[in-house]
Design a protein around this ligand. Structure first.
Ligand code: ATP
Length: 309
């Protein structure tokens, strides 16, 4: 199957700034990629290039199998894009905005009403359809803008800081919507600085720094055959994890004199067995808790470990 997005050697230069530097990557269909990196890393520039709004100096980009630089219009029909600073038509109602975006993306006239109402319902805007955008709060306008980006059910959805300005409940709803869109087969690339939020729905992480890709990988899925467990000791103890290495079904993923991350095969009884063995070995366990891979920690490790551009 063709990947949802392929970028090859993309370089973009603003006068005096190399915003993207030879970026190459492939994004699989049906994934949600968290596009992360410090301020000025090139995230917005990359999304604009993928959306065919900016033309890189060199390189090639394909979205849904279409060459974005050669045929941006055909690519636009297959993708949705939400800019970090978006504009909406103040004088139009929510219904008119969504309808305008849908017909602009080729949704046929007889399907407009249902399409608009389904999209509004997905964003909890069903009771706002009649209202003018000029009367909406910042967060409601954000939801209309997201609605405009998904109204034509694109194959690829590019979102630049989509949760900015949303209240906690709307953010939670949005996370649910992204998971649902992904389950329906849509491919999402989402840039955000709120990593805890991206954690809820991302399958992959693409880290940019100084216009370069410093990491791109699938995030660890929950460990199918058991549980990832973090063990924290009450005080530092050298070589304490040596005892764990002898235990059957236990893999030590990382360790320091104070804590470790283990993969424990089996079920809760096996975790209890490991905890008992640690305590019986005289190790002062202060915490023993299951965890999933945390995007925030993994991002900090990558960015702090990467050489400065
Ligand atoms: P942020 O997290 O702050 O939104 P970003 O990762 O989205 O940042 P970009 O906006 O893509 O970063 O900017 C990448 C680099 O290009 C930065 O050094 C920025 O200053 C520069 N840049 C962006 N837009 C322009 C412009 N219009 N003219 C000149 N330089 C620009």
């Amino acid at each position: 199957m063709t990947p949802a997005i392929t970028a090859s050697n993309v370089t973009y230069i603003y006068p005096g700034t190399r915003a993207l530097d030879d970026a190459s990557f492939t994004i699989p269909r049906g994934s949600v990629t968290a596009l992360v990196g410090p301020n000025g890393a090139g995230k917005t520039t990359l999304l604009r290039c993928l959306a065919g709004l900016d033309r890189p100096l060199t390189g090639a980009i394909q979205v849904a199998g279409i060459d974005v630089l050669e045929d941006p219009r055909a690519a636009h029909a297959r993708m949705g894009y939400l800019s970090d600073f978006f504009g909406i038509y103040e004088a139009l109602t929510v219904r008119q905005c969504l309808s305008h975006a849908a017909s602009g993306h080729g949704v046929p006239a007889p399907a407009l009403r249902t399409t608009v109402e389904r999209t509004a319902a997905r964003l909890n805007l069903g009771d706002r359809l009649h209202q003018r955008c000029s009367e909406l709060s910042r967060g409601l306008r954000q939801r209309v803008a997201i609605g405009q980006a998904i109204v034509h059910t694109p194959e690829v959805l590019l979102l630049d800081e989509p949760a900015a300005g949303l209240d906690p409940e709307a953010r939670h709803t949005l996370a649910g919507l992204f998971t649902q869109l992904c389950a329906e087969g849509m491919t999402l690339v989402v840039s955000s600085h709120i990593l805890a939020e991206l954690d809820e729905y991302s399958t992959h992480m693409l880290v940019l720094r100084g216009g370069r890709i410093v990491e791109h990988r699938a995030l660890a899925a929950p460990y199918a055959g058991g549980q990832r467990v973090r063990v924290v000791l009450a005080a530092e103890q050298q070589d304490w994890h040596a005892a764990l290495k002898e235990m059957e079904g236990v893999q030590v993923m990382e360790h320091t004199p104070r804590e470790a991350v283990l993969l424990i095969a089996g079920n809760a009884a096996d975790q209890a067995r490991v905890l008992r063995a640690l305590v019986e070995a005289g190790i002062a366990v202060a915490a023993f808790a299951g965890e999933s891979e945390n995007l925030h920690d993994s991002y900090l490790r990558t960015v702090q470990g990467a050489p400065r551009p």
